[in-house]
Design a protein around this ligand. Structure first.
Ligand code: FAD
Ligand code: MLT
Ligand code: ZN
Length: 520
């Protein structure tokens, strides 16, 4: 259906009617880890108490093992229970392991030595980056040794002509962004956890985030990886080439493998030029149908300069305002969209954006809105969307679902969950990367309850599968979602995955209890 386009003067006055107020207060997001306690100040229960999981027959860490590692990497072996605490609990405060040993290698050779030793001794290992994962994959389930990339934080090379960055796996995403920006480039991915997450963790989870619409997934931008396999051998696929068709693309197996096939030690990644002109529009819409229509019109009118299209519902807005004290220049709508444009010519981009906004207003798609062109205000608008995850933690317990759905049905799941759960939940809300067909359905309660979880699962997964969606769009499966893989993958695919696992890690020492469903 063609939309009626009003004349230029009418369009201008329609857009001008939108309220222009100063932007919200707020800082840029850096995934500050909260206190190490669950809702109500209670200690997070051990994973093995909350979930039906049996320890596999791995060896237990002995004094001799600790002595070996201390000789190998003096001062970088952690055994103090207090110091270990934050590395045993996940960011969501939902799972807790009881590892008694964390190792902090600095080089690939050290990772190789560690794994060779653990392989021989049959010791289980949990690779860990910034510990911002949201599916319980980043912390031990029992007493697995934590192999942290915290000290593997060196940039190896950056080529300004090609834009190819090669770095160690433990580089923090935000640090990489800052270094690249000085050279006129940006990382091809961005997420709310950028202040803590490591590039190795990003690759291991195949993180999506806020720039996927523009630069595509890590499956395209990662050009090469160096990986240490479970037996300590080093697989050097750290190519820095845009094109390389020599045989199977092995790096793809490790992207998104969540530490179960190998430890990523270095990454080669293609980085785009920093856009010269960035604008952000934040709009209020009266229904989800209007949000979808805004996306359709935005894609058509903004074309190549559209770089992000995010949405959030009114409940999200209420919580970022209540808990984080952010103020929004746009309020009182059931839905909000954040539209970012990035390009090389500000006059051209602003004109395009302005035409689009006039159209969106005149045709009633957006009933309120604001635009930011300077960096500070852009950050403030982004904070409203990026910091929802943080705000939710103030509610107590968060049940987090990350699904891919056909766009037309994206919000139906939130409505269905709300109807099903009624007053059993504090909040049922939806936000996400609309441009990628990715909904984050979140349900909060004061504290964890098995009954509430049973009311949500497998309902959410069945609903998602019934419309051909994916039960994990970007967060992975980790520990908490692995049993639901079959909703999105046929048994044959799961059994091929098991064969890969057996080939790369025959003793199963790498991140056990994660990603692959336990055998029936
Ligand atoms: P960790 O949490 O430490 O580990 C995650 C998994 O990767 C674990 O299974 C771990 O074993 C494995 N792993 C880590 N490092 C390595 C390695 N070097 N080699 C092999 N395996 C390894 N995710 C998104 O996709 N999009 C988002 O927009 C997004 N936003 C977020 C916002 C907030 C506020 C938070 C807290 C999280 C968000 N996440 C998002 C989830 C999380 O940040 C990502 O999954 C991130 O990529 C994890 O990186 P990390 O270094 O913290 O890895
Ligand atoms: C986001 O898009 O904000 C992240 O994936 C984190 C979340 O789902 O809460
Ligand atoms: Zn997300």
């Amino acid at each position: 259906m063609r939309m009626a386009v009003p004349c230029a003067a009418a369009r201008r006055s329609a857009w001008a009617r939108l309220r222009w107020r100063p932007g919200p207060g707020g800082r840029s997001v850096a995934a500050a880890p909260g206190p190490l306690r669950a809702a109500g100040g209670r200690e997070v229960p051990l994973t093995s108490r909350r979930y039906p999981v049996q320890r596999l027959p791995f060896s237990r860490v002995s004094r001799g093992d600790v002595a070996f590692f201390e000789r190998m990497m003096p001062g970088r072996v952690v055994t103090d229970p207090e110091e270990l605490k934050p590395f045993n609990v996940d960011w969501l405060r939902s799972v807790r392991g009881c590892s008694k040993l964390m190792l902090k290698p600095q080089t690939t050779a050290e990772v190789s030595q560690i794994l060779r030793y653990c392989h021989e001794r049959n010791l289980a290992v949990n690779p860990q980056g910034g510990n911002t994962g949201l599916v319980g994959g980043s912390v031990p389930v029992f007493d697995e040794i934590i192999l942290s990339t915290l000290l593997m934080n060196k940039i190896i090379s950056f080529d300004k002509v090609s834009g190819i960055l090669v770095c160690q796996a433990g580089c923090i995403l935000e640090r990489l962004s800052e270094c690249l920006e000085e050279q006129g480039f940006v990382m091809p991915l961005d997420l709310g956890a950028k202040g803590s997450c490591h590039i190795g963790g990003n690759v291991a989870t195949n993180a999506g985030g806020l720039r996927l619409l523009r630069y595509g997934s890590l499956r395209g931008t990662v050009l090469g990886l160096e990986v240490v396999l479970a037996d300590g051998s080093v697989l050097d696929c750290l190519a820095s080439l845009r094109k390389d068709n020599t045989g199977y693309d092995l790096k793809q197996l490790f992207i998104g493998s969540e530490g179960t096939l190998g430890v990523i030690t270095a990454v080669s990644i293609l980085c785009p030029q920093k856009p010269k002109a960035v604008n952000v529009a934040f709009l209020g819409c009266q229904s989800f149908a209007k949000v979808l229509e805004t996306f359709t019109v935005g894609r058509a009118m903004l074309g190549e300069i559209l770089s992000a299209f995010e949405f959030m519902d009114e409940k999200c807005m209420e919580l970022v305002q209540r808990y984080l004290k952010l103020s929004s220049p746009v309020a009182g709508s059931p839905f909000y969209v954040l539209i970012e444009t990035s390009g090389s010519n500000s006059t051209h981009d602003e004109e395009k954006l302005s035409n689009f906004l006039e159209e969106a207003t005149a045709s009633g798609l957006a009933t309120d809105g604001t635009v930011a062109t300077d960096e500070r205000r852009i950050k403030e608008l982004w904070a409203l969307r990026e910091r929802i995850t943080e705000a939710l933690m103030h509610e107590g317990c968060v049940y987090k679902y990350d699904v891919a759905l056909p766009l037309g049905r994206l919000y139906e799941l939130v409505t269905a969950a709300r109807a099903r759960l009624g007053p059993g939940a504090s909040s049922v809300l939806g936000y996400g990367h609309l441009g990628d067909g990715n909904l984050h359905l979140n349900i909060t309660a004061e504290s964890y309850s098995r009954a509430l979880q049973d009311a949500i699962e497998p309902f959410v997964y069945e609903w998602t599968a019934s419309c051909g969606g994916s039960v994990s769009a970007e967060h992975g499966l980790g520990f908490k979602k692995k049993q639901f893989m079959h909703y999105s993958k046929p048994q044959q695919a799961i059994s091929v995955m098991r064969r890969f696992k057996a080939m790369f890690d025959p003793k199963g020492i790498l991140n056990p209890y994660k990603t692959l469903p336990s055998s029936p």
